[in-house]
Write a protein that binds this ligand. Structure first.
Ligand code: GDD
Ligand code: MG
Length: 369
């Protein structure tokens, strides 16, 4: 079976991480996010994947190429204007019209059993089968009402609170029959969630529930949570192979000076240097090529590649994007996000979910919460 991955969105809620890098390429535990999606597909026997792209397509293509290193054939399609989720699939119709196919939102981390989903779809002879997952707050998702056999009784995108009568939502993974493509107008914006699925209700559309791990990487909070879950092996990923029985993963040529302390679970990227007297973890991922200076502390945080924390820096529950520099004694905490190549000079305290845009320089002593 073939799969289409939708990666055309702008990832606005994840800014500034998605200003220079498209969401699928934002690193998650030191690998582009979408490489987890590809690995998951490959493990479930999918050998051909079509990337449906719009915003910042070049990085994806140059990183994954023809997919041979992953054992998957990759095809790329770029929209010159956004076609919506269904329009984007219609746009790649020529690659998928020979049977059932999978569609995946490109911003989901899951270890859902895709083989079981495809099997269920075949057994029901469904026109479409939507993977479902329970969430606490369905208002940000597509609410799916199902009957006793899993038949979809209603699909409501972004429901209001008074419309909510189930916690099951569209998990952003579908199997569809090729005939569904005939319902989608070509060349115009059209949505599965507001167009195709509501029209398919009562026409052999099914929901497939599971207790698989599921997380949409939509916001900085969820981006951090996905890292914690990978580090704790709450979701099955290839990172688990690097994490030893003590939940420590140190990649090639990283250097821990004597007196540097790692508190698991923790991951240190290749070639990084953790200086004497620094403490990294628990729940910390340091990207490749970083320096964590002496006396610095990194907890519950992600430091992306090539960043430098000078001496006595504290980073807690925050994200530092690629190539940033944090000066001596600075504190970055409480949901702060420092954009790529930003410089935070010493004697600043960044907190309260502050977003620092890429390349910004904050002079010493400017911000104190
Ligand atoms: N190619 C292309 N073109 N891709 C697009 C376009 C487009 O015009 N618009 C959105 N996408 C991609 C996004 O990149 C993302 O991977 C996916 O389609 C879904 O779009 P989002 O913008 O992330 O939608 P959402 O998160 O608000 O809601 C969707 O996902 C929920 C699960 O996380 C819906 O499918 C909901 O029903 C679902 O519950
Ligand atoms: Mg989304």
């Amino acid at each position: 079976m073939k799969a289409v991955i939708l990666v055309g969105g702008q990832g606005t809620r994840l800014r500034p991480l998605t200003l220079c890098v498209p969401k699928p390429m934002v690193p998650l535990a030191n690998k582009p996010f979408v490489s987890y999606v590809l690995e998951h597909l490959q493990q479930n026997g999918i050998d051909e994947v079509i990337f449906s792209m719009g915003y910042l397509p070049d990085g994806i293509k140059s990183y994954f190429g023809d997919g041979s290193s992953l054992g998957i054939k990759l095809i790329y399609a770029v929209e010159d204007h956004p076609l919506g989720t269904a329009g984007a699939v219609k746009n790649v119709e020529k690659y998928i019209q020979d049977g059932d196919f999978l569609v995946l939102n490109g911003d989901i981390l899951t270890d859902l059993d895709l083989r079981a989903l495809m099997e269920f779809h075949r057994e029901k002879n469904a026109s479409g089968t939507i993977a479902l997952t329970p969430v606490d707050d369905p208002t940000a998702y597509g609410l799916v009402r199902t009957g006793a056999e899993g038949e979809v009784l209603g699909f409501l995108e972004k429901p209001s609170w008074d419309q909510i009568d189930t916690n099951l939502i569209n998990a952003g993974t579908y199997v569809l029959q090729a005939e569904v493509l005939d319902m989608i107008p070509a060349g115009v914006e059209y949505s599965f969630e507001r167009g195709v699925f509501p029209r398919l209700v009562g026409k052999d559309l099914y929901g497939f529930g599971s207790n698989a791990y599921w997380m949409d990487i939509g916001t900085p909070e969820k981006y951090l949570q996905a890292h914690y879950d990978i580090l704790e092996k709450n979701v099955s990923t290839a990172v688990s192979l690097c994490l030893d029985e003590d939940f420590v993963c140190v990649e090639e040529e990283a250097r821990l000076e004597a007196g540097a302390k790692l508190v698991p679970p923790v991951m240190i990227g290749g070639g990084s240097v953790i200086k004497a007297g620094a403490r990294v973890g628990r729940m910390a991922v340091i990207g490749p090529g970083c320096v964590v200076g002496s006396g610095s502390v990194v907890e519950e945080s992600v430091i992306q590649a090539d960043s430098t924390l000078e001496e006595n820096v504290t980073v807690r529950r925050s994200i530092v994007a690629r190539g940033a520099r944090i000066g001596p004694g600075a504190v970055v905490r409480a949901g702060a996000v420092v954009g790529e190549e930003a410089t935070i000079e010493g004697d600043n305290v960044l907190a309260n979910n502050i977003r620092v845009y890429p390349g910004t320089v904050i002079k010493a002593g400017t911000i104190k919460f």
